[in-house]
Design a protein around this ligand. Structure first.
Ligand code: GAR
Length: 213
């Protein structure tokens, strides 16, 4: 019987960002500890001039930018993204505020080992505006969800969730900042666990460790 390979140590991470990169920063800081078990080999983005890329550069992490506007269509961008990420030979890909949907070419290579973090409690409020939509709905508790990316919008198997209260007087920004504080801790904890132990799926449940220990 084939034995699944032990996770590489440290696991190689490619992180994709579109914005300020505070989640990336948390991963960068965690990965400076050899015990964490993961190293960021590259940071990619779909746009220039963002703080997420600057954070990577300040830590001498390789960066790349692939803008959708440079490609004939979205599928061509998706193929280029898959090829570029593959060139870093990652064990895990982490979407940390990456505001694009990955497509079939990307998922053919990295499906099952791409994690995304979303600022809402899935399955509520998928999409680009999780905090805004939660506030508009009037929920009293929202949060963040770490999940394994599939072809849907924020629909993949859930790794972890953290609940965050909505307070009277919150606006989108104050709520999102409170969510992000908890989101960063969840991301660091679970990326480390999955990088060190590997993981497998039992239906929709994400279980650390090899499939048949
Ligand atoms: C995070 O809250 C992340 O969940 C969200 O963008 C923020 C990025 O913050 N992602 C999405 O909304 C994706 N649908 P950061 O750039 O400071 O890490």
């Amino acid at each position: 019987m084939a034995v699944p390979p032990a996770p590489r140590t440290p696991a190689r991470l490619v992180v994709l960002v579109s914005g300020s990169g505070t989640n990336l920063q948390a991963l960068i800081e965690a990965s400076t500890d050899p015990e964490y078990g993961a190293t960021i080999v590259a940071v990619g983005a779909d746009r220039d001039g963002i703080e997420g890329l600057a954070r990577a550069e300040r830590h001498d992490i390789e960066t790349f930018v692939l803008r959708t506007s440079e490609f004939e269509d979205r599928p061509a961008w998706d193929v280029a993204l898959a090829d570029k990420v593959a060139s870093y030979d990652p064990d895990l890909v982490v979407l940390a505020g990456f505001m694009k949907l990955t497509g079939p070419a990307f998922l053919a290579l990295f499906g099952g080992r791409t994690l995304n973090t979303h600022p809402a409690l899935s399955p509520s409020f998928p999409g680009m505006h999780g905090p805004r939509d939660a506030l508009a709905y009037g929920v009293k508790v929202t949060g963040a969800t770490l999940f394994v990316v599939d072809e849907g919008v924020d629909t993949g198997p859930i790794v972890a969730q953290v609940a965050v209260p909505v307070l009277d007087g919150d606006d989108e920004s104050s709520l999102h900042e409170r969510i992000k504080t908890s989101e960063r801790a969840m991301l660091v904890e679970w990326v480390g666990t999955l990088a060190r132990e590997g993981f497998h799926l039992e239906d929709r449940a994400v279980r650390p460790g090899p499939d048949h220990p």
